[in-house]
Design a binder for this molecule. Sequence first.
Ligand code: GLC
Ligand code: CA
Length: 562
Amino acid sequence: MPQTETWWKESVIYQIYPRSFNDSNDDGIGDVNGIREKLDYLKNLGVDVLWISPIYRSPNADNGYDISDYQAIMDEFGTMEDFDQLLEESHQKGIKIVMDLVVNHTSDEHRWFIESKKSKENPYHDYYIWKDGEKNQPPNNWGSAFSGSAWKYNEELGQWYLHLFAEKQPDLNWENEKVRQSVYDMMTWWFEKGIDGFRMDVISLISKDQDFKDGETFSGLYGNSMEFCCNGPRIHEFLKEMNDKVLSKYDVVTVGEAPGVTIEEAKKYTGKDENELNMVFQFEMMGIDHGKYGKWTPVPFRLKDMKANFEKWQKGLDGSGWNSLYWDNHDQPRIVSRWGNDTGQWREKSAKMLALCLHMHQGTPYIYQGEEIGMTNVRFASIDDYQDIEILNAYQELVKEKKVLTEEQFMEGVYKLSRDNARTPMQWSAEKNSGFSNGDPWLNVNPNYAEINVANQINDPDSVFSFYKQLIELRHHNKVMVYGNYEQYLKEDENVYVFTREYEEKKLLVLCNFSDRNQEIQLPSFLVEEEYTVLISNDNDTSKCLTENMVLLPYEGVAFIK
Ligand code: GLC
Ligand code: CA
């Protein structure tokens, strides 16, 4: 099917986690003015859009994903004037700003919730999901994503409220028309200010099956709510309404974070004629190395699983939806440590190979701060060095209370897959605290900052940074990278990933070696055509020729074009 060409398909989006990006006033916490200071850096990298994780007022139970006022800036991050200035300066530089829309839940300190728990008659009571019941007997067996039951009892009301995440993140009741209208009004307020889009937090969860039945208990602790909450009964109705009332009025970009999304669902969320969202973040791929207790019990990475998942989504949405492409974000570990190799000689090589691999797919690529310099996972000595509520709650539950994992087992999971791996401060230079702040950072800096930092890389043509810059530039000039359709080859190979992309008269052939050894491959002869030349390679060998029998060096990544 022919592609519709659009600016947000041709863009590269850079995610900022403000708390860890750049601290302008040395209180150890990144802030809005810190982002402003780095706009030239981002312009130099060449990204088109910034997605900024939540900067709204928040008591920070979940670092801003628990919002107490959607129309104010968190004190630690600055003021609304700072934000207005950031928006203006970004626009002057031709960079768009996407905000995070967190409307599956609010903070329990949001005015709506404070009203809601005053009485059953309060006009805001139905803004949240309350169920009558006895103490000790939650309405169902659902577990929270941050451990424990998903229900919390309120003595005065004799009712339970639902929180799919932390206790301090009560779920909004989207069945209530007033909730929806309040959200649409707030979104409109931001668009009128001039922002360029929203990344929508766990948007696939906003419509709950109203029977609230028990879920399956996979690991024997709590029931899984996802079957009843992901892509729920009214989700598409709600998003069509949101599109009709708000999104359709502006030329903006939208990406839905969508746990539980399938290809069939993704077509509904992102299909051009569906009038819902532009694209979604899928989670299937990020789950391929999760075990019995999810990320706390990692299982080995198998390249074949990753390749199969790429193929499924690349073909599944081609012409009928749109993919977002990501390795990293504030919820995922660092990709070079996860599926590359962060040890000595292979770190830069594998970081570049992974970058090349991702950016050669169809979809809109996302770069998470620090990914562009190959930042790695961190191993803090003690659980006390960690800050993430997800880690700390899981530790209490799995290690201390239920004792299903030992401390050592749990820490292995933390080192491999936990979220704080991505949240250590951005490594700007070899100076104190990696140049992030002169104050004590809210989360420790990764000790490898003297070696891995922006200052080291920015003027080095062979750096990971320069490689990302080159990939972004290439995407801006080669529509085949954006729109080309996808075919995979050598699917059974456990070390090498081979695929092609084709658009109009152009064709790409991409070869990536995911191992630390030479790999000999045999390409189908029809693929090997003389006109191919190297478009980009992490081996600096632009004279490389495409042949039927080829040897790929460890972590080599190369894209040919004709
Ligand atoms: C999303 C966010 C994550 C947050 C959760 C609850 O998954 O990306 O950081 O903890 O939603 O808001
Ligand atoms: Ca600060």
